[in-house]
Design a protein. Structure first.
Length: 500
């Protein structure tokens, strides 16, 4: 909000600056344009500011004065696609830096000019985002894929925000914002408890040794053994037995520790059982969803058989020959699905996948439901993808099914297309696009579309898009969505090539 407010003020200042207007519309006064954005950027408290014309040419740059007159149309376009705000990699004469950028625009003399301004995302900026000194915020942008495995911290939350990757293949990627919490206070507390207990044991032993030598033998040895057992107790090891038939304080303490560890064991068992039930519930919901996808084509075929039976035996036989491949394909799908779930964690086949063949097969089974027309546009000479055909089929079934459900009373159309795409370092890849002319999604709905159990359909499970995202990520692919309320949605699935 702060960047947007500053840009709005700068936009008003630019619109009212007649000298700037004359310089950009009539030419001349180049030195004024060279220094304009830099002066405005410093006055507004921004780390980056550049003004571009309707062709994407930079007319003034505050953070890098020498970028004047360079053509850079991708940055405004990608910022607009990201909703006007995204992380960008800007540069100064000294070094590049990460910035949170915002897009705004104005018109001068019938021409449209864009203002891209931002603030630097550095350690001091991230530190100001949280008042808690034990919380740490870190940002990673592609191609950095750092993971957080520091045992002294715990990940509290992970968010993704748009990141503008410029260069030869300018595009929007996802940056990760990771919030971690330091475990130093908890570690210090555990150390303090252990130290206090040890001090108590040592003090008891010292007092006992002062009373008498025989009391030392009688008391210090049991306390030493008890301390050794206590030191063995850990969250991951609660099988230490505290048993004693003594009637004195040591026996009482031993039995108290035994009761405490027993309660901890019972609590840990309940926690493991709850986690197991949750995992089984999630798996059951996913199995139910996948089996329904396999049964729908079979149900449609038998409805076709029932209609053909009413037209006579010859028509029924012809319908059987026509639809037999669909039934066999669905049964094969269910058998493969059962085999994968029997292994619980199916491994990719590693064989090349003919994406066009999977698209044709899936559309032939789902496109005859009578709900709407499904168009197919397949690229010629499309290379194979490195993905399990069953996984690709499940992705298509979920996306096409959702697209058909989004159409109002069957009005509209759904299209499925394929084309080769540059896979970057992995070589040539395959892009599958599923588009519909349905009701589309709002920004709020899109933000939650891939959450488990979130659905806008009556009777929906809310697992379809969640499963799609997980399958695409497991295949080392990428998933992107373009949607607008009332104008439909487009889902882009990029899979690595078989030669990757």
């Amino acid at each position: 909000e702060g960047v947007a407010t500053r840009l709005a003020a700068l936009k008003d200042a630019v619109a009212s600056d007649n000298r700037f207007r004359a310089a950009v519309l009539q030419g001349g006064d180049r030195s004024y344009l060279l220094d304009y954005a830099g002066n405005a950027m410093r006055l507004a408290g921004l780390a980056m500011l550049q003004i571009q014309d309707d062709e994407g040419r930079i007319v003034s740059s505050g953070h890098f004065r020498n970028e004047y007159d360079q053509l850079e149309p991708d940055l405004p376009r990608l910022l607009a696609a990201a909703g006007g705000t995204a992380l960008v990699r800007a540069r100064t004469p000294e070094a590049p830096f990460l910035a949170l950028a915002r897009l705004d625009s104005l018109r001068l003399g019938g021409r449209r000019f864009t203002l891209v301004g931002g603030i630097g995302v550095d350690s001091s900026f991230l530190a100001r985002l949280t008042p808690d000194s034990e919380l740490t915020i870190a940002v990673t942008v592609p191609p950095d894929s750092a993971t957080w495995a520091d045992p002294a911290t715990q990940v509290v939350s992970t968010l993704t925000r748009p990141f503008v990757a410029e260069g030869d293949s300018a595009r929007l990627l996802a940056a990760r914002i990771v919030v971690t919490h330091s475990l130093a206070s908890l570690t210090a507390l555990r150390r303090g408890v252990a130290l206090s207990f040890l001090v108590a044991v040592v003090a008891t032993g010292a007092i006992a040794s002062l009373l008498a030598a025989w009391l030392s033998t009688r008391i210090s040895r049991p306390l030493t053994a008890l301390a050794a057992k206590t030191a063995e107790v850990d969250v991951d090891r609660l099988d230490v037995a505290f048993e004693s038939d003594r009637a004195d304080e040591i026996g009482t303490l031993t039995r108290l520790l035994g009761a405490m560890t027993e309660r901890l064991r019972a609590g840990a068992a309940r926690l493991r059982e709850a986690e197991r039930r949750l995992a089984v519930g999630d798996l059951a919901r996913q199995v139910n969803h996948d089996i329904k996808n396999g049964l729908i084509p079979i149900r449609n075929v038998f409805r076709h058989f029932a209609q053909a039976a009413g037209e006579g035996p010859d028509r029924l036989a012809a319908a059987f020959r026509e639809r037999q491949p669909t039934v066999e394909s669905s049964i094969s799908y269910l058998e493969s699905l059962a085999g994968n779930y029997a292994r619980l964690s199916p491994q990719p086949t590693g064989e090349p996948c003919d994406v066009n063949a999977v698209v044709r097969e899936t559309v032939s089974r789902l496109g005859d439901t009578g709900r709407a027309e499904v168009r197919v546009e397949l690229a010629d000479a499309l290379g194979p993808a490195r993905a399990d055909p069953l996984v690709v089929r499940r992705i298509l079934e979920n996306l096409i099914g959702n697209a058909l459900d989004s159409l109002a009373a069957g009005a509209g159309r759904v299209s499925v297309s394929t084309r080769p795409v540059d896979g970057g370092a992995s070589g040539s890849g395959v892009r599958i696009t599923v588009a519909d002319t349905g009701k589309g999604m709002t920004k709020e709905q899109l933000n939650r579309a891939f959450d488990d159990f979130y659905t806008t359909k009556p009777g929906g499970t809310g697992l379809g898009l969640s499963i799609v995202r997980r399958l695409v990520l497991d295949a080392s692919g990428a998933l992107r969505v373009e949607t607008q309320p009332g104008a439909g949605s487009r889902f882009f699935v990029d899979l690595p090539g078989a030669s990757a």
